[in-house]
Ligand binder design. Structure first.
Ligand SMILES: C[S@@+](CC[C@H](N)C(=O)[O-])C[C@H]1O[C@@H](n2cnc3c(N)ncnc32)[C@H](O)[C@@H]1O
Length: 242
């Protein structure tokens, strides 16, 4: 009950921000619920992606965790710790409509590989339709299977794993499983970068990773917690937020 109420509040708050205060929020919610993807009057790609994201959130609030893609400030904060020269294999959990994915592709090496894992089928189709890059693999699956997915793609480990999935809203056992699997999926010296709207995942991160650095990004709806996790002090040559 409480989760649904919180999700509803988040929808109203984020849609007000997203669409502007002058618009009636209930009309926006009703419109977003009944909007048909097939009837989109050729919206600009950016707005089309945002609307798809919002509509997907209304159907799966707990799985999505947010009604709006990450802000450019949050994207900058998430990608800042990455050493692009050494990043050969990057994994992203929960790319949504590809807001962070596009920035990763812009910055990563020509010979690097980006594997994005998304468990919402509609978003997977959108990502496959809109992102065309030979360095990218779009996987329809769960972050819980990261090791199997990496092996299927021909890699032993990832240099960076970036997570936007709502770990804090997941059952404790699932959250713990994903954090442990992620550590196992990292190559030597690899790092796990997490952004979340709560710090609920912190105990699991601290229980599994030797290094956990924290940061905040306030210029996002909602303000985000950032966690930079590595296997040991040498994991990222002492860099990362905080
Ligand atoms: C808050 S959205 C993040 C969207 C995007 N990365 C951004 O920054 O705008 C979370 C995404 O994680 C996906 N997701 C949730 N649980 C997942 C899981 N176990 N494995 C993969 N994706 C998951 C959701 O479908 C959703 O697209």
């Amino acid at each position: 009950m409480a989760k649904v109420a919180m999700a509803d509040l988040q929808v109203v708050f984020q849609l007000k921000y997203f669409m502007g205060d002058s618009l009636p929020v209930l009309a926006i919610v009703r419109d977003a619920r009944h909007h048909s993807h097939m009837n989109d009057p050729q919206p600009a790609p950016r707005n089309g992606a945002r609307l798809l994201f919002a509509r997907t959130f209304l159907r799966n609030p707990v799985m999505l965790g947010s009604v709006i893609p990450s802000s450019r400030f949050l994207i900058k904060g998430v990608l800042e710790p990455i050493d692009w020269a050494r990043a050969r294999v990057i994994v992203e959990y929960g790319p949504g409509v590809g807001t962070i994915t596009g920035e990763i592709l812009n910055r990563m090496r020509p010979d690097a590989k980006l594997i994005i894992i998304e468990m919402n089928g509609e978003l997977v189709r959108f990502l496959r339709d809109t992102l065309n890059d030979p360095r990218l693999a779009v996987i329809d699956g769960s972050a819980a299977d990261v090791r199997k997915i990496l092996a299927e793609q021909g890699f032993e480990g990832a240099d960076y794993i970036i997570s936007g999935i709502p770990l804090g809203s997941m059952p404790l056992a699932v959250r713990g499983h994903i954090v442990r699997e992620t550590k196992e999926a990292l190559a030597s010296g690899g790092a796990f970068i997490v952004y979340q709207f709560t710090s609920r995942v912190l105990p699991e991160l601290q229980g599994v990773f030797e290094v956990v650095k924290r940061g905040r990004e306030w210029l996002n709806v909602l303000p985000a917690h950032l966690f930079f996790c590595a296997a040991g002090p040498s994991g990222q040559n002492g860099s990362g937020p905080g």
